[in-house]
Write a protein that binds this ligand. Structure first.
Ligand SMILES: *[C@@H]1O[C@H](CO)[C@@H](O)[C@H](O)[C@H]1NC(C)=O
Ligand SMILES: *[C@@H]1O[C@H](CO)[C@@H](O)[C@H](O)[C@H]1NC(C)=O
Ligand SMILES: *[C@@H]1O[C@H](CO)[C@@H](O)[C@H](O)[C@H]1NC(C)=O
Ligand SMILES: *[C@@H]1O[C@H](CO)[C@@H](O)[C@H](O)[C@H]1NC(C)=O
Ligand SMILES: *[C@@H]1O[C@H](CO)[C@@H](O)[C@H](O)[C@H]1NC(C)=O
Ligand SMILES: *[C@@H]1O[C@H](CO)[C@@H](O)[C@H](O)[C@H]1NC(C)=O
Ligand SMILES: *[C@@H]1O[C@H](CO)[C@@H](O)[C@H](O)[C@H]1NC(C)=O
Ligand SMILES: *[C@@H]1O[C@H](CO)[C@@H](O)[C@H](O)[C@H]1NC(C)=O
Ligand SMILES: *[C@@H]1O[C@H](CO)[C@@H](O)[C@H](O)[C@H]1NC(C)=O
Ligand SMILES: *[C@@H]1O[C@H](CO)[C@@H](O)[C@H](O)[C@H]1NC(C)=O
Length: 884
């Protein structure tokens, strides 16, 4: 009968051996493994003489190799023994079987060497049941053997293990498990190992009796002492219905002593195991037709001592006699005797006999939850450890390598795993969650692997854990608070991505406000935009600024983007607001700047970005989003943008007094501004820059500080323009100062060319150049002079001459405080120091400029600018810059 392999596998896993039609019920719970049988070809098959359904063992063991016995020897063995599994690798190899916890099971292991390896040298090895030694298998003297036990598993998992004890290779041919009845073979403690064989007394038969006659597939062998005994038999059916249910056929014959006056005696040698204790199961049934005046009555003795009787066997009905406590034998011989009573007219009779020795299994299995946890850790890491089979903790010399266990002397306390060392085992993936189920774990070593992901919170909650070594992995994130507070020995060095400092330990809390932002749809868009920007910046690593953290403070995000949609303009709106780009305000680093007005009165500066920008919309949008959040009274506010097809524009607040460069040069009909105003402008520009560096979250580096980027409002208040743009809007045309990578020629931090990194101190350098320009009104780069081409060289040269008048802008007409001028010059030169570490911070610059202003103040005549104001309209744009 064909059966699909799929069903077969299910059946094995579910531990339900489906049987052939009529036998479907009777084989329930049977496990019949023909070890070494190829999965596909013959498995499952029905054994001829019994009808038992044998399957391959491939699904219940994952180690070992398969072989067949020598073909010429097959006839000497039954089919389940023709193939075998042998174990050339590993010390302990185990079958994992599903059984019913607490139920008695007959477990039978069969071994046939059959010279499978051609060495003609049978092996010797140990057989374990779970953590306990069951038997030593010796195939050197006999070509086959079997072990059979009646055992009550303490869990639903049963492990049967073969353990190498010498040079020879363990093997197994068949494994048979039969669940037994509830009320039979119950003893005080231990399990029952079948001693020699289970006999039925018959001289006329040579046949084993087993399944189907025996519902539990016990095997009964005929036995008879020809001289001493005489056989009696019956063709009538003998009632076998009791807790033991021996086969009817085993009861249909019996032995009586040949000399009717003698007792019936069965003896065996005890010399192999003088300490053994025995249980005997003797089955009786009267199978002779007795005359009315006949009586068969006898006593039952063990080693000469009576333990049951007198017994009168029931006619064609079973009686099973069991010793209620285990019996030991004093001498080298054990004897079982039936002696007729005085009133008995007939000799005693015996139909069948089972003799078992008690086998104690002292080691309890490792706590089941620990076993499940360690196995799931093994699975999680796909650990291919051949020795990780059988019980993890016991016996001690078979304990899994990498584990240590606590093993109590009290056998009702199961062993627990206390230490797990998986260092240098090539682990990948994250730290396995199942570790938390090793609740008694004290020491965990996962060092020198390739573990990724975070350090899990649960490690901090494991009560017994005192030592953790996670060093030499690729873990990231931070150390959970619970773990920090626990005060255990924790090693995490050698995880480059893992943050161990205080600051990042708080990082999970930082995420919290972000989560609130995400709650609104608008907020979600921002988070995405900022993250995109973050990625863009990360990509351009050469210009990444130290300390530039781009996760925004949530409050700023909420405040700024409440009415974000109103800040996006269509191209036609841009055309309208600029009156078709009528009035050019200037030409910036990234394109033309036009005058415009919104709602007819709000003046704006519209920067139309050149098409050479290769940015995508997302990047543009993200950057704009970021810039729109930056507000300071000394920074030009971005009030809107346009992104439509090829049209990109940024819309800023309009500053009527143009830029500082124009005023210094007098170009664009700008006036020359006085020294006091210049100091004030310098201070305000410094304040704007300081805000970018330290006040802004995230901090920003301007990257392109120059006089052309310092704009002046109607009151000559200075505002920095174009911050945050050079990063992504490179490649714009600036005819006068070509933009090199980032920043403008002459203003660019010389250290930047070496380090390739722009930091706050680079802005300080540029600011120093601006300050020098304001003081001297010299060109930043003088193409006429080769020696003193840069303004710092020119000033340096002039300082050696010592005359401040030769240095100062002649346009100022000596209208300045000399002390104030010297101080400003010194400050400018320190800002422009080639070494960034020697430059002051912007906060120090501000302090110093304030003192310059104090020096100058007595001379102030309260006239800030010399130029009349072009416009008197207040810039009440949608964005009101927030003062710090
Ligand atoms: C084992 O089998 C071999 C044949 O391989 C035979 O010669 C030998 O007698 C057998 N030994 C026993 C103890 O049955
Ligand atoms: C054995 O006992 C269990 C409960 O302890 C019961 O579920 C089961 O049916 C019994 N089996 C037999 C064969 O009596
Ligand atoms: C008992 O067995 C013998 C030998 O097999 C047979 O000849 C005899 O008829 C049997 N007796 C009964 C009563 O069945
Ligand atoms: C039978 O046993 C009794 C008592 O042991 C003995 O006296 C008698 O000689 C025996 N009979 C035979 C025939 O051996
Ligand atoms: C039998 O038991 C005694 C005492 O308990 C012990 O000394 C002896 O070693 C045991 N013998 C065997 C073979 O186990
Ligand atoms: C039992 O009864 C039979 C006759 O039925 C007789 O031949 C025999 O002697 C009696 N045996 C005894 C011990 O009384
Ligand atoms: C287990 O304990 C022994 C003795 O205390 C120690 O030598 C060994 O290193 C420990 N093994 C592990 C994996 O901790
Ligand atoms: C062994 O442990 C069990 C349960 O854990 C407890 O009831 C028993 O008293 C202990 N026995 C000894 C000798 O400590
Ligand atoms: C830990 O054990 C519990 C209870 O046995 C189980 O439900 C859970 O899935 C286990 N956790 C892991 C991660 O294995
Ligand atoms: C952690 O493991 C590494 C590498 O195996 C080892 O060098 C280090 O000594 C261990 N640390 C502790 C505290 O055991």
């Amino acid at each position: 009968m064909e059966r699909s392999l799929g069903i077969f596998l299910f059946v094995v896993i579910a531990n339900l051996a489906i049987s052939h039609l009529a036998q479907a019920q009777s084989q329930e719970g049977f496990i019949s493994l023909d070890c070494g049988l190829p999965v596909n070809e013959e498995s499952p098959y029905e054994e001829e003489s019994t009808g038992l359904q044998y399957t391959s063992d491939a699904t219940v063991i994952h180690s070992g190799k398969t072989e067949t016995i020598r073909a010429n020897l097959e006839s000497g063995f039954v089919k389940p023994l023709w193939t075998l599994r042998y174990f050339p690798e590993g010390r302990r190899n185990c079958y994992n079987l599903n059984v019913e916890k607490g139920r008695n099971h007959l477990i039978r292991a069969r071994f046939a060497y059959g010279n499978y390896d051609g060495l003609d040298n049978g092996p010797k090895f140990d057989l374990y049941l779970g953590p306990n030694l069951w038997a030593t298998i010796d195939l050197r003297a006999s070509n086959s053997t079997r072990k059979e036990i009646l055992h009550i598993p303490t869990s639903n998992k049963l492990q049967i293990c073969l353990v190498r004890t010498g040079l020879t290779t363990p093997l197994i041919s068949a494994l048979e498990i039969r669940p037994m009845g509830n009320d039979s073979y119950i003893i005080e403690s231990g399990s029952l190992e079948l001693f020699l064989y289970r006999y039925y007394l018959s001289e006329s038969s040579t046949a084993y009796i087993s399944f189907l006659e025996d519902v539990y597939d016990r095997q009964w062998r005929p036995y008879f002492l020809k001289e001493e005994w005489t056989q009696i038999n019956t063709t009538s059916k003998v009632g076998n219905n009791n807790d033991y249910d021996p086969p009817k056929d085993a009861l249909a014959t019996a032995a009586i002593p040949t000399n009717a006056s003698e007792p019936l005696t069965y003896e065996w040698s005890n010399s192999d195991n003088p300490n053994a204790s025995y249980y005997l199961y003797a089955h009786f049934a009267e199978i002779q037709d007795l005359r009315a005046n006949d009586t068969r009555e006898f006593n039952i003795l063990f080693n000469g001592q009576q333990y049951d009787g007198p017994l009168i066997p029931k006619k064609l009905e079973i009686t099973t006699i069991v010793n209620s406590s285990p019996r030991t034998c004093d001498g080298r011989k054990c004897s079982f005797q039936l002696t007729r009573t005085d009133r008995s007219t007939l000799p005693p009779l015996l139909n069948a006999l089972e003799v078992y020795t008690v086998i104690e299994f002292p080691h309890s299995e490792t706590e089941e939850s620990d076993v499940i946890a360690i196995k799931s850790i093994k699975d999680a890491y796909k650990l291919n450890k051949i020795d990780w089979q059988g019980d993890p903790c016991v016996s001690q010399y078979l304990m899994w390598d990498g584990l240590n266990c606590s093993i109590s002397t009290n056998i009702s306390t199961p062993p627990r795993i206390t230490s797990l060392d998986l260092s240098s085992t090539g682990l990948t993936g994250t730290i396995a969650a199942a570790i938390q189920n090793l609740t008694q774990l004290e020491k965990l070593d996962l060092s020198n692997n390739k573990l990724t992901g975070g350090v899990p919170e649960f490690l901090g909650n494991m009560k017994s854990l005192t030592v953790i070594n996670l060093s030499g992995n690729n873990l990231n994130g931070s150390i959970p608070q619970a773990l920090q507070e626990k005060g255990l020995e924790l090693s995490v060095e050698g995880n480059p991505m893992l943050c161990v400092s205080d600051s990042c330990r708080k990082s999970p809390k930082k995420k919290f406000p972000l989560a609130i932002v995400v709650a609104s749809v608008v907020g979600a868009a921002i988070v995405i935009a900022v993250l995109v920007l973050f990625l863009v910046i990360r990509k351009k690593k050469s210009t990444v600024v130290e300390g530039l953290h781009l996760l925004p403070g949530a409050s700023a995000v909420n405040a700024t983007f409440a009415n974000k949609s109103s800040r996006r303009f269509t191209y036609s709106e841009v055309v309208k607001m600029t009156n078709n780009f009528q009035r050019v305000l200037g030409k910036g680093g990234f394109g033309m700047v036009y005058h415009g007005s919104v709602n007819g009165y709000e003046q704006v500066a519209v920067k139309v970005l050149s098409q050479s920008s290769t940015q995508g919309y997302k990047e543009f949008n993200a950057e704009v989003d970021l810039l729109m959040r930056v507000h300071h009274t000394n920074l030009v506010s971005l009030v809107g943008y346009c992104y439509e097809g090829d049209h990109l524009a940024l819309i800023y607040e309009f500053l009527p007094n143009g830029d500082l460069k124009q005023h210094l040069s007098g170009k664009g009909s700008r006036s020359i501004i006085n020294w006091s105003t210049r100091l004030q402008i310098a201070l305000e520009a410094a304040l704007g820059l300081e805000y970018l560096h330290v006040g802004c979250k995230p901090p920003m580096v301007h990257r392109d500080i120059k006089t052309a980027n310092i704009l002046l409002d109607e009151n000559f208040k200075a505002k920095l323009a174009d911050f945050g743009l050079s990063r992504s809007f490179q490649g714009g045309v600036d005819s006068e100062e070509s933009t090199v990578i980032a920043g403008s020629r002459g203003y660019l931090d010389p250290e930047y060319t070496h380090s390739g990194r722009l930091a706050e101190k680079s802005d300080v350098y540029s600011f120093g150049i601006v300050l020098l320009e304001m003081i001297t009104n010299q060109p930043v780069i003088n193409n006429q002079s080769t020696e003193k081409s840069h303004i710092t060289q020119w000033v340096g040269f002039q300082i050696t001459k010592g005359d401040i008048i030769d240095i100062m802008d002649p346009n100022l007409g000596n209208d300045y405080d000399v002390n104030s001028a010297w101080r400003a010059l010194e400050l400018a030169m320190s800002c422009a120091n080639p070494s960034s570490s020697k430059r002051p911070s912007m906060s120090q610059v501000i302090q110093e400029l304030k003192e310059c202003i104090v020096c100058e103040n007595p001379r102030i005549h309260n006239n800030r600018g010399l130029e009349s104001q072009e416009m008197n309209v207040s810039l009440d744009t949608a964005v009101v810059p927030m003062a710090r």
